[in-house]
Design a binder for this molecule. Structure first.
Ligand SMILES: NC(=O)c1ccc[n+]([C@@H]2O[C@H](COP(=O)([O-])OP(=O)(O)OC[C@H]3O[C@@H](n4cnc5c(N)ncnc54)[C@H](O)[C@@H]3O)[C@@H](O)[C@H]2O)c1
Length: 339
């Protein structure tokens, strides 16, 4: 039986080769079901039940065997490794977008950071994930082959400098920095917060972003190129109740991005940030259910975002194509942001 993950990958190849869709809907399957479910649940990367058994993506094609690498090579000579493999089709025009580029993604072993890592690798780049969780880094390497990983707590300034040196040596340089590492802190009123909990959120979410930007900006200036994307949050714009440490920290990330972006505006290094609304990732485990419900209730699209949707925006900002925007804040909030 065909593997569902490789199926959509091979379907993209087969459709590109033939110029027309080559798969059939299984009995009873309607696209509207998938759309309806996506408004409530995170979309599964697996194809719908029954689809794998009913489709032969190579039916009627004279492909050189069933080796996917060979098939990919047929449509993108020299770039077969860049075909997206996670179950969703990558727009083919982006293949090679990050060729020759190297990226650091803090918190890249999970969630949004991992989705960005996947996409940059898919599109030809090299990625080093900096994460405090070594087990998670090893798991990420199985999802995205070829990842470089460094175990580091971004709240440790000296550790970040060491991570930067190790990464520059391993990858030969760093062109892109995406700061995704963060924690939420407990959901409670501001006056109930312990000083210790408050400090930990500030240390990771603000100081960690500062240390990583500080460590890599001089290197990017030396190379005369850089793209920095700091991940803030809609909470930093609007202030979520029962999340004041997190909201404060994300507002600070917006401020840091605007200041640093202006300092670097006459250079080839751009600095921008994104402000996602709620996206169902492991970070939800740190929040109370009432808080998650509150965040969903504030999103006009009435659904959570998906990591791929946030990664798509980040990857454009992190690309050469985003060249006339710096010190900016990009919304990805299902309509929640009002400014
Ligand atoms: N998921 C959401 O709803 C949402 C919404 C808005 C903004 N964001 C922001 O997006 C970013 C990514 O969040 P996510 O949803 O992917 O969360 P996640 O928990 O899936 O990923 C965060 C990663 O950061 C790592 N990390 C945490 N503290 C660290 C530290 N001190 N040093 C190094 N690594 C550390 C974790 O190990 C984890 O791998 C965060 O900045 C978060 O604030 C998330």
């Amino acid at each position: 039986m065909a593997n569902p993950v490789t199926l959509s990958y091979s379907r993209a190849i087969a459709e590109r080769l033939t110029g027309h869709p080559i798969w059939r809907k299984p009995p009873g399957w309607q696209w509207s079901k998938r759309c309806a479910s996506s408004s409530r649940e995170p979309r599964s990367s697996a194809l719908p039940p029954g689809l794998a058994q009913t489709i032969d993506p190579y039916a009627g094609l004279n492909l050189p065997g069933r080796d996917l690498t060979v098939a990919a090579e047929a449509i993108m000579p020299g770039r077969s490794s860049q075909v997206r493999t996670r179950g969703k089709q990558m727009p083919m025009s982006f293949a090679g977008r990050f060729s020759g580029r190297s990226a650091v993604i803090t918190g890249g072993a999970s969630g949004i950071g991992l989705a960005v890592a996947q996409r940059i690798v898919d599109e030809g780049g090299r990625v080093s994930v900096w994460d405090r969780d070594p087990t998670q880094i090893e798991q990420a390497k199985t999802v995205v082959p070829g990842l470089h990983g460094v175990t580091v707590d971004v709240a440790d300034a000296a550790g970040v400098d060491i991570a930067a040196a190790r990464t520059i040596e391993a990858l030969g340089g760093v062109d892109i920095l995406v700061t995704s590492a963060a924690i939420t802190g407990p959901n409670m009123t501001t006056w109930s917060y312990s000083a210790e909990d408050w400090q930990r959120v500030i240390d990771i979410n603000i100081n960690g972003v500062f240390y990583c930007n500080k460590a890599l900006v001089p290197h990017m200036l030396d190379r005369n190129y850089g793209r920095i994307v700091n991940i803030a949050s809609i909470a930093g714009k609007e202030g979520n109740p029962n999340a004041s440490a997190y909201s404060t920290s994300k507002a600070a990330v917006i401020g840091l991005t605007k200041s640093l972006g202006k300092e670097l505006a006459k250079t080839k290094v751009t600095v921008n940030c994104v402000t996602p609304a709620a996206v169902r990732t492991a970070i939800f485990k740190q929040m109370r259910q009432e808080h998650i419900d509150f965040m969903l209730s504030k999103i006009p699209m009435a659904r959570f975002g998906e990591v791929e949707e946030v990664a798509a925006l980040i990857c454009w900002i992190a690309s050469e194509e985003c060249s006339f925007t710096t010190a900016a804040v990009f919304d990805v909030s299902g309509g929640r942001a009002t400014y």
